[in-house]
Ligand binder design. Structure first.
Ligand code: ZN
Length: 390
């Protein structure tokens, strides 16, 4: 068995671990073995992959990715209208926190409570009851009005990747695919030096001036890891792309002497399906100098690539919102029409159901009529230079 790529300890059946080529938190499925010891798997998962995943969390929500295990954590987002919401792991939005407003008028104190659900409303009223024993919590709860509202402004989704930790997650993914291609990870000498020593400058650069994917599927926010090794030029290169527009080229080695290889692992994270794709990955040492020097990092090209996936992503998101709104309206109408489960509905109950459903759907229908431009995509964070000090 090989050694752990980080600590170099021998891997045994006891300390070997399964490592996702693309982190599970952003939708990766395929795993490699004989690559990381348990300890380094935990450390790199916590220190590197978790940072990358948190930078990409808003996109995981927006595209509603499928994960092998766990769900996308809630995310606080703001809108161009200055609103703040939490995007929930089970779908939909919630207020970031409950509010309690106090007003004094004519010697009377009035409280208005806005809570995210009934248990929270009950908790807040109980707290108030301690101060004001006259409050009857159960009576007050009968006066609660449920309200559905949608963001008025355009949702701003954070889409920046980078930094010393997320950068190492990107490079580790390329090394994992080399290992998965049957080439010992030690062939990635430059990448391993970078991964093992936090003071070593980055061995990757963002790349957007040309599309390296051959026959890119239209509108798919795909994840892709590719490697290419050429013993004649000595170049062993990696390519990592997340959500179809965050793209980086990795220099794994300049002294590669193994068999020539080309390998690509790509998935559509919205379905978890693997995609059969290939990548043009032929750069010289001089090209790599340009890539490290930001000469292939073009913000306009990145924005165009982002827009190509955000448009279809928004259409899918609206479809999901519609199903969610209709389901909730039907549930609410049936629960409040006065019939018990199993009853044959009277004409009056049917009329109530129709009325309650349309009442409940009005906020959604009004929201549909709002002009809503695409979510904004921010530029890649340009801190590779800061990190290498060049
Ligand atoms: Zn280790």
């Amino acid at each position: 068995m090989a050694n752990c790529i980080i600590c170099n300890h021998s891997l045994t059946s006891k300390n070997d671990s399964a490592e996702h080529i693309i982190p599970n938190a952003i939708g990766g499925f395929r795993k490699v073995w004989g690559f990381l010891c348990n300890l380094c798997n935990n450390t790199t998962g916590h220190d590197w992959d978790a940072v990358l995943a948190s930078q990409l969390n808003g996109l995981c929500h927006f595209f509603d990715i499928k994960r092998e295990r766990g769900s996308t954590p809630d995310q606080t987002i703001s809108t161009t209208a200055g609103e703040t919401f939490r995007m929930l792991s089970q779908g939909g939005f919630a207020l970031p926190k409950p509010t309690v407003d106090k007003t004094e008028a004519g010697g009377r104190t009035q409280y208005q409570v806005v809570a995210r659900d009934m248990p929270e409303a009950r908790r807040i009223l109980r707290d108030l009851q301690r101060k004001f024993p006259k409050i009857d919590v159960e009576v007050e709860l009968t006066k609660v009005q449920a309200r559905t509202s949608y963001p008025k402004g355009m949702v701003e989704i954070p889409c920046q990747i980078g930094g010393v930790q997320a950068g190492r997650s990107i490079v580790k993914s390329a090394v994992a695919l080399v290992h998965d291609s049957g080439i010992p990870a030690v062939a990635c000498d430059q990448a391993l030096v970078y991964l093992r020593d936090q003071n070593v400058p980055a061995c990757f650069g963002y790349y957007s001036t040309t599309d390296l994917l051959i026959e890119r599927p239209v509108g798919v926010p795909l994840h892709c890891v590719a490697v290419s090794g050429n013993s004649t030029t000595g170049m062993l290169l990696g390519y990592v792309e997340y959500f179809g527009f965050l793209r980086a080229v990795v220099l794994l080695s300049e002294t590669y002497i193994g068999p020539n290889i080309e390998n690509c692992y790509a998935i559509d994270p919205t379905t978890g399906m693997q995609l059969d794709l290939s990548v043009r990955l032929q750069f010289s040492q001089a090209d790599m100098v340009d890539i490290f020097d930001y000469k292939h990092c073009d913000n306009e090209a990145t924005k165009q690539a982002a827009d190509a996936v955000f448009g279809p992503g928004m259409a899918r998101k609206r479809q999901r919102e519609q199903s969610h709104a209709v389901k909730k309206a039907v549930q609410y109408a049936f629960e409040n029409c006065g019939a018990q489960p199993g009853d044959i509905l009277t004409e009056e109950q049917l009329r109530i159901i129709a009325q309650l459903m349309s009442e409940r759907l009005i906020p959604f229908i009004v929201n549909l009529n709002q002009p809503r431009p695409l979510p904004t995509s921010s530029n890649l964070r340009s801190d590779i230079k800061d990190q290498s000090g060049t």
